[in-house]
Design a protein around this ligand. Structure first.
Ligand SMILES: Nc1ncnc2c1ncn2[C@@H]1O[C@H](COP(=O)(O)OP(=O)(O)O)[C@@H](O)[C@H]1O
Ligand SMILES: [Mg+2]
Length: 371
């Protein structure tokens, strides 16, 4: 089978890259940009990179990252310098999303990505060889299979390194010399053969706080990065707006067929924020579940509930459907979490159910599941 037959055509892909999804917005910004103030190797000037991520209503640029605008400024400034950018935080705080958006805006390409795992090897970071060609013609450029970092250096682009702390420490350390020297030696081709990075090359790494300690990063590597911690969204209205936007994107054509009352989204956001923070709006203390309850999980819940409402219900989302979906997301395998949520249902939700129909249907359905 030829390579084309295996590749999914763009139009059919489930998920397009950021530069494809936002091609129109990026074109608008590109046309506006004045070449004079673009850093070397950058597709867009830093101010417009900022607008791409934080939005500009007049230009029709949507806001994509919510919550911490100064963090975005600092991230852009980091990438202008010699240091790499390390985004750390809990799962689902948009670390990957932000790194993808930055790469799309700065380099027009967010696909140079390494996924860190326990099995990530030096070859994934540097280069490997096509052995058939290596035997036939020796260590030629044709026989070399470059890693995303290799290509990023060669083309002067941003490279993303996801979940870097999942890699073994010796692999993390390969990065130290690459980041400080900004060049890659290729000893197989000759003693002093090396590839030097073009301007525009830099690295954005992401790391989950949950994984920390598994492979604690070396001090040497830490010094090569500016760290930015992303926190979960705490502003309720921001989170509601974000969920609505993302729900509409996910629903696509179904959007006009399902009614999603705002008080249902508010119910979900309230539940998530209270459980995340370990405290209700009135100050009642709660135990924080171990399960990840990020905005991303909230979007998944509303989306699944909307499908439930459309295919099995009357087309209008209600609190009961949210309760059903909450189970699968929050309850993985942790018995203590069951008790924590039960406490919340019995003490907080039950009270609210007396005064609100959405909370009432949320309570009724959850009672059924949590008992
Ligand atoms: N501050 C935020 N701004 C915009 N979207 C967010 C924010 N926090 C979470 N999200 C949503 O959560 C999703 C998950 O983010 P992701 O980048 O996969 O998280 P992470 O890499 O931190 O685990 C994002 O795609 C986005 O839909
Ligand atoms: Mg991620």
């Amino acid at each position: 089978m030829g390579a084309e037959a295996i590749m999914v055509k763009n139009a059919q892909a489930i998920r397009l890259s950021a530069e494809q999804r936002y091609a129109d917005e990026l074109n608008t910004l590109l046309e506006l940009d004045n070449a004079n103030n673009k850093p070397q190797g950058w597709n867009l000037s830093p101010k417009l990179v900022r607008q791409f991520i934080l939005g500009n209503k007049e230009l029709g640029i949507s806001r994509k990252f919510f919550g911490d605008d100064p963090l975005v400024d600092r991230a852009i400034v980091s990438l202008l310098g010699k240091q790499g950018l390390m985004l750390v935080g809990k799962p689902g705080t948009a670390k990957s999303m932000l790194s993808e958006l930055l790469a799309a805006a700065i380099s027009g390409d967010s696909n140079l990505t390494i996924q860190g795992t326990a099995g990530t090897s030096e070859d994934h970071i540097r280069y490997a060889w096509n052995y058939a060609l290596l035997l036939a013609e020796g260590p030629t450029e044709r026989a070399l299979i470059g890693s995303p970092i290799y290509h990023g250096m060669q083309q002067g682009k941003i490279v993303r390194f996801e979940e870097i702390t999942r890699c073994p420490p010796e692999i993390q350390d390969v990065l130290v010399s690459l980041m400080s020297e900004k060049q890659m030696m290729i000893p197989e081709m000759g003693q002093s053969v090396k590839m030097s990075a073009k301007p525009g090359f830099n690295l954005i790494a992401t790391a989950n706080l949950h994984d920390r300690g598994v492979h604690e990063m070396s001090a040497a590597l830490k010094r090569r990065f500016n760290f930015e911690t992303i926190n979960p969204i705490t502003d309720k209205n921001f989170e509601i707006e974000l969920i609505q936007t993302q729900l509409n994107q996910e629903l696509g054509e179904l959007k006009s067929q399902v009614i999603v009352p705002i008080d249902v989204i508010e119910l979900l956001v309230t539940t998530f924020q209270e459980l995340r923070q370990g405290q209700t709006q009135n100050g009642t203390h709660l135990k924080v579940p171990d399960a990840v309850m990020s905005t991303a999980e909230a979007v998944n819940i509303v989306y699944a509930s909307a499908l439930d409402a459309y295919y099995f219900g009357d087309g209008t989302l209600n609190g009961g459907q949210i309760a059903k979906q909450l189970i699968g997301v929050v309850l993985k395998d942790n018995a203590d979490d069951i008790k924590r949520i039960q406490f919340y249902m019995d003490n907080v939700v039950r009270e609210r159910a007396k005064h609100s129909s959405q909370w009432h249907s949320f309570y009724q359905v959850s009672k059924h599941f949590w008992k």
